[in-house]
Design a protein around this ligand. Structure first.
Ligand code: 5GP
Length: 177
């Protein structure tokens, strides 16, 4: 498919994604066993994944949204995480579920898990990411759950952008030219 003169190759279709999201939710439902959950969606990239995932969680659930940035419109990480809006309620003694779009270098995941650890004594903290680029990891961190592992490709769609575009695609693909 061509969008904005860029060719996009489909990596994971909407069907693949929904199927995998349901599998992850099943694991989370086992873990939480009906206990209350605070789901934290990391904007903007995780918005589609988070909204789909929470639909399948069978617990009383509150959604929070935080905003960080590490990419500045291009395809390479800046290597620095900026907290743009990280206002959170009291998460002490809560089950916290952090929902990310992709773990690349791992800097964002580390920043977030450290931030939660430093500020709250949670009942549990689970980090879930739709995608995992294990090959580009720079810090020692793994998501507790992830949807799909991918190679070192810049992907877009299902919330992920290139220069602000493509977040609305209902699939994940990569820019091939
Ligand atoms: P990390 O801190 O792990 O290096 O990067 C995390 C953030 O970088 C993600 O939340 C995402 O916003 C962005 N990112 C990393 N890889 C990609 C990619 O392949 N495509 C897009 N659109 N964003 C990416």
């Amino acid at each position: 498919m061509e969008i904005n003169n860029k060719k996009i190759e489909v990596l994971f279709s909407n069907k693949d994604i929904i199927q995998r999201v349901k599998e992850i939710a099943l694991e989370l439902n086992k873990k939480y066993n009906g206990e209350e959950v605070y789901a934290i969606c990391v904007l903007k990239g995780a918005v589609m994944f988070a909204t789909e995932l929470v639909k399948h969680i069978e617990s009383p659930l509150k959604m929070e949204f935080i905003r960080l940035s590490s990419y500045l419109g291009g395809t390479n990480t800046t290597g620095k995480v900026n907290a743009v809006d990280i206002a959170l309620p009291d998460l002490n003694h809560k089950n916290v579920l952090i929902i990310e779009d992709i773990v690349d270098t791992g800097l964002t995941a580390k920043f977030l898990t450290d931030f939660i650890k430093l500020n709250f004594k949670t009942k549990s903290t689970v980090f879930v990411s739709l995608l995992d680029k294990k090959i580009t990891r720079k810090v020692d961190i793994e998501p507790d759950f992830y949807g799909f592992e991918i190679d070192d490709k810049f992907v877009v769609g299902y919330g992920l952008d290139y220069d602000g575009y493509y977040r609305n695609l209902d699939y994940v693909g990569y820019l091939s030219k």
